[in-house]
Structures are given as C-alpha cells and as structure tokens.
Ligand binder design. Sequence first.
Ligand SMILES: [Zn+2]
Ligand SMILES: [Zn+2]
Length: 400
Amino acid sequence: MRSLDFNVWSSSSILRYSHLEVNESDLYGSNSGKSLRSDVFGKTSQGGLCTVCNKSWTGCPGHWGHIRLASPVYHVGWMSYVLYWCRLTCNSCGRVQEKRGKRCMYCDAVMVHVVKSDAYALTMNKRPLEAKDVLDWFEKIPVEDVSGVTGHDAFHPKDLILTILPVPPNQVRPSPMLNDSEIHGEDDITRRLLLIVRVNKSLQRYNGTLTRYQRNKLEDAVNAYLDHTKIPSKKKYSKKASDQKSLAERLRHKKGRMRGNLMGKRVNHSARSVISGDAQIGMDEVGVPEKIANNMTVTETINAININHFQSLVDKRSETIKYVIEPPNKKVILSKCRGAISLDYGWQLERTLQDGDLVLFNRQPSLHKMSIMCHKVKVMPGSTFRLNLSCTTPYNADCK
Ligand SMILES: [Zn+2]
Ligand SMILES: [Zn+2]
C-alpha cells in the first residue's frame, strides 16, 4: 500500500452500499423493519444469523443504510470547502475561474459575493444562500474543471451538500446489553439519527417545497448528529440533548477513537518504567530492572556457533530460557516440559534479557530522533531504568 486517500462520500456511492432506506421512526413497532433498529444493519447479539450476510454476530461486519433527506442541507464540517468552490466558480455557468475578476471569464455574468454568516449559513450578495441553491449551482460545474483544480476525478463539489445521509451499521451504535439480552435503550448516535428521521418524515409530504424554517429544522437535526459542538448556542436543544455524543465527539479528545483507542498502545517486547540517573553506568548502557529483564525475551536462532551453549542451558532447565520453538511453529514452555529436548539448526528459543543485549530506549514526548536510541542492557537491582547523566540532554530528561 502506497498511500491512503480520504474523500467525500458521494450520494451515488452511499446508495450503492446501502441495504435499506430508513423512513420509519418507530423503532420496535410493526414497521421496525424500516427503522434504525432493523435487522439489516447487522447482528450485534448472540443467537441467529444476519439476514444480509448470513454470519453470526462474531462475523457480521455490519451493513449500511441511508436516509433520503427531504431537502438538501449543509454539512457543518465542510462549510469552508463550500465557500471555496463558491468563490472559485461562476454562479450562472459553473465554470472555474482562472483569475478573480468582476465578471465571469466565460459567460460574462457578474460574479456574486458569498460570505459565511454562521456555523452553517452563507449569504450571497447579503441575502441568505440556501443549500439547495448551492446544489443547483455546483451541479453546473463541469467535471473537467473540477479535476483541473483537484488533480483527480474522484470528487465533485456537489457532494459537499448532503442529499442522502448514510446510516451507520449496528456495530457502530449497539443497543446497551444486560446479561446478553438487548434492553430497549439506545446509543446516542441512534437517538440523534432518530430525531433526523422524525423531522425528515414530517417534511417529506411537502414534496421539496419547504419553508426556510422547515429546512433549518432539518439542517439543525443533521448537524447536531454530525458535530454538536459546532452548533450555534442559540439553536441548541435542551441540556439533556446536549449530553448526547455526536459523531465528531466520538473521534475527538483524549478518550475518543483516535487518541483513546488507536494511538499510543503498548506493544510486545517493550517495557515501561521511571528513569533515574546513575553516574556509574556507561553512556551506551541502560540499567534494566531484574524484574523486567526476567520477563522480556529475545529470540535466538540455533546455529553451529551457539548450539552447544543453548543445549546445555536447555538440559539443565535454566530459567533464562522461556520457550523452545521447533519449526515450523511448535512452541514448548521449557519450565513445563519433561523429557529431553535436542536442539537442531534452525530452531528458535526465547531467552530472557541479559547484559549486552541491544535495545531501543525511548523517552516521550519523542520529538526528535535522539528520543529513541540504542543502548546495551545492564541488568540491575531496583525498579527504575538507569541512564548515564550525560544522556539526559538528548532525551530531554531533566534530573535535579
Ligand atoms: Zn451481516
Ligand atoms: Zn459564467
């Protein structure tokens, strides 16, 4: 894999992934098959198979649905991009302008003046610019003009205006469980989606001819789901509703998905402790507590040079050897193994850390390359890592 691209999910692509159009707000009634709690969204409880992929709850990845919005709405996170394309293109012919002038380079229409007036509100020549008007405008932008700006054709600005809202799988918003049976409580994401479904359903009968008040109501519900923190305070609902987490809040902050679940996890073959200075130790050494050294292992491959040494350690059941691995992958815990083991070339064994092993030593925040350096292990009593005082500078470890 060379690179990873993030892009706006287009309406047509959402529809391709979707298994259900949600248009019922009744979660558990007779129409629940078309609600946010439909079985189509994936299996999250034990018993039975998913109706879509025919897998049990451990195998079902969850499936997407969609809500067809009664009116196009702005996405609170994409307003700066909407503004960017409004200023780049002509309001009447949609062509991308190579330079900014008073009139369009292609159709000579007078260029309009668009500014942002609120978190998700724009004005055009000092009058409100609705999302549906922007959608009409952006639909006129030729695909070649867009790829001329972005360098690829995977994105079109019209997708910045929401017309279809994807509904995430059950796995993203599972019902709270009590003793393995679902209780009828709902995840915050489901609650916020439910509000959208309710508002949307009440507006659908107007067939797209909505008042500005009605459109704003839908827009507020959608954006409260996407990112509640960006909603202007006067539009916020009751305090109870503010306590519900929106999508963006799940990702952000220390306990969010990124920092809380994905980053900074401990890895195998590593240990962590306090550091302290030691004037006796060499600059290329690091003092490792016995407790850590006896717990961490180094993999050695048996060869002509070391076979006699390790065979004698294995024979006397030395505590320094933890595992013996016979190819291809038969792993034996030495302390629990009776009977003779005769090593052969190509076998591997895991021995505990000993003096002279090379290890990487890291002190966070690792701001430059000298924050991670290689040291020779020196096993020592105590329970802190010891380092020579001359090494404190590169690690930025201040000791007094
Ligand atoms: Zn499934
Ligand atoms: Zn024009």
